[in-house]
Design a protein around this ligand. Structure first.
Ligand code: NAD
Ligand code: MG
Length: 381
C-alpha cells in the first residue's frame, strides 16, 4: 500500500506517533507543521523530505528557513499556511493532529480540496461540527476518526445496519483523579493533572483527561461523527483502557473494540481504512490483563463533563463556547493562574452565557470561541 500524507501538528504526541507509522510503512509525507518546535521539525524535515513545512510562529520560521536552506523543503509561516499544508495536490489524506480550535480552518480547507481527513483534532468537531460534517457530506469526503474511542466505535459499526444502533458505549479511563472528591480536587496542581495513568499525550488533552472535559468533548465528537444525540452515548469509566469503546444494537448485542493502549493503532487504521496492516507496537494479551472493571462517571465532581453534556443537549454554539472557555482555562491553570476546580466552573458559566443559536457559519463559531475565552480571561483576573 502506497500513501502520501500531510501531517498537521507533526511535532506533537499524535504527530510523532503518526510519523512512526509512516516510517514503518514506508509511506511519503508531503507536508509537516508545528507551532514553534523547530528543532524537532528540522529533524522531521531531514528524515521525511516533505515539499512543505509550516511553522505557525512567525519568528521561528525565519530561523528554520536558514537552517534548512540546504533542503528542498519550502518553509511557510502563520496560521493561514496550515491550510496550504492541508491541501497539497499530492496528498490523498490530511491527518489533523493540531491541538485546539486552530485545527478548524485547516480541516475545512482539506475537505474543500477533497482530501480524506484523518481527524485527531477533536476541538474541530466540538466547535464546528455542523460546518465540518455538512461540508464533508457536500464534498463526499470521509472523516476518519483517530481518537481511540471514535476509531473503536467506527470499527464496531463496520458492516452493521445503522438503523439497529441502539447506543454508543464511550469508555473513559477516569484520568488521574478517579474517585477523588471535590474537596480533594481543591489541592490539585498542574504536575498532578499532567500525570495520566494510561496514556502519554500533549499537555492540554492530559489536563482535559484529568477534568474529564476530554470525555465531554468526545461525547460531542461522537454525536457529529455518528449522527446520534448526547443521550444515545453512555459514558463507561473503564480504568484499564483496554476496551476503547463499543456499540449496543437493538437485539441486545454489544460489540466492542479492544487493544493495548497505543495510539498508533487508531492512527494507522485511519490511514489504511478499510484495510488493516501490521502495526508497530505490541498486541493484546487478555490473560496478562486478567480483569477489566467498569464504573459510572461522577458528574457532580467532574463539572466539565456535566457542562459538556448540557452544552451538547442545548446544541448550536454552546459546545463552541464550552470548548473555547476550556482551552483558555487550561492554559491559565497550567500557568497556575486559576485552580483546577475553576476550570469546570468557568466552562459551565461560559457555555451557559452563550445563546444556543445554530452554528450558521465559521465566523459565528469563531466569535463564540472568542467571547468564551474573553469571559474566562476576565473572570480569572
Ligand atoms: P500536542 O500538544 O502533543 O501536539 C499538538 C501539535 O499541534 C504540535 O505539533 C504543536 O506544535 C501544534 N500546535 C499547537 N498549537 C498550535 C496552533 N495554535 N496552531 C497550529 N499548530 C499548533 O497534542 P496531542 O496530544 O498530539 O493532541 C493533538 C490533538 O489530538 C488534540 O486535539 C487532542 O485532543 C487529540 N488527541 C490526542 C491523543 C493523544 O494520545 N495524544 C488522543 C486522542 C486525541
Ligand atoms: Mg480519546
Amino acid at each position: 500500500m502506497d500513501r502520501t500524507i500531510s501531517i498537521l501538528g507533526s511535532t506533537g504526541s499524535i504527530g510523532r506517533q503518526a510519523l512512526d507509522v509512516v516510517r514503518a510503512q514506508g509511506w511519503r509525507v508531503c507536508a509537516l507543521t508545528a507551532w514553534g518546535n523547530i528543532e524537532l521539525l528540522e529533524e522531521q524535515i531531514r528524515e521525511f523530505r516533505p515539499a512543505l513545512a509550516v511553522v505557525v510562529k512567525e519568528e521561528a520560521a525565519e530561523t528554520l528557513r536558514i537552517r534548512t536552506a540546504d533542503t528542498s523543503t519550502k518553509i511557510l509561516s502563520g496560521p493561514a499556511a496550515l491550510c496550504e499544508a492541508a491541501v497539497l495536490p499530492e496528498a490523498e489524506t490530511a491527518l489533523n493532529a493540531v491541538v485546539g480550535i486552530a485545527g478548524l480552518q485547516p480541516t475545512l480547507a482539506a475537505i474543500e480540496a477533497g482530501k480524506t481527513v484523518a481527524l485527531a483534532n477533536k476541538e474541530t468537531l466540538v466547535a464546528g461540527g455542523e460546518l465540518v460534517m455538512a461540508k464533508a457530506a457536500e464534498k463526499k469526503v470521509p472523516i476518519l476518526p483517530v481518537d481511540s474511542e471514535h476509531s473503536a466505535i467506527f470499527q464496531c459499526l463496520q458492516g452493521q445496519p445503522r438503523r439497529s444502533l441502539e447506543k454508543i458505549l464511550l469508555t473513559a479511563s477516569g484520568g488521574p483523579f478517579f474517585g477523588y472528591t471535590k474537596e480533594a480536587l481543591r489541592r490539585v496542581k498542574p504536575a498532578d493533572a499532567l500525570r495520566h495513568p494510561n496514556w502519554s499525550m500533549g499537555a492540554k488533552i492530559t489536563v482535559d483527561s484529568a477534568t474529564m472535559m476530554n470525555k465531554g468533548l468526545e461525547v460531542i465528537e461522537a454525536c457529529h461523527l455518528f449522527g446520534v444525540g448526547p443521550d444515545d452515548v453512555e459514558i463507561v469509566v473503564h480504568r484499564e483502557s483496554i476496551i476503547h469503546s463499543g456499540v449496543a444494537f437493538s437485539d441486545g448485542a454489544v460489540i466492542a473494540q479492544l487493544g493495548a493502549p497505543d495510539m498508533r493503532l487508531p492512527i494507522q487504521y485511519a490511514l489504511t481504512y478499510p484495510d488493516r496492516l501490521p502495526c508497530p507496537g505490541k498486541g493484546l494479551s487478555l490473560t496478562d490483563i486478567g480483569k477489566l472493571t467498569f464504573y459510572k462517571p461522577d458528574l457532580d465532581t467532574f463539572a466539565c463533563l456535566a457542562a459538556c453534556l448540557e452544552a451538547a443537549r442545548a446544541g448550536g454554539l454552546r459546545p463552541a463556547a464550552a470548548n473555547g472557555a476550556n482551552e483558555e482555562a487550561v492554559a491559565l491553570f497550567l500557568r497556575e493562574k486559576i485552580s483546577f476546580l475553576q476550570i469546570g466552573e468557568l466552562v459551565a458559566q461560559a457555555a451557559a452565557r452563550q445563546k444556543a443559536v445554530p452554528a450558521a457559519c465559521l465566523e459565528a463559531v469563531l466569535e463564540a470561541d472568542r467571547a468564551a475565552r474573553e469571559f474566562v480571561r476576565q473572570a480569572a483576573r
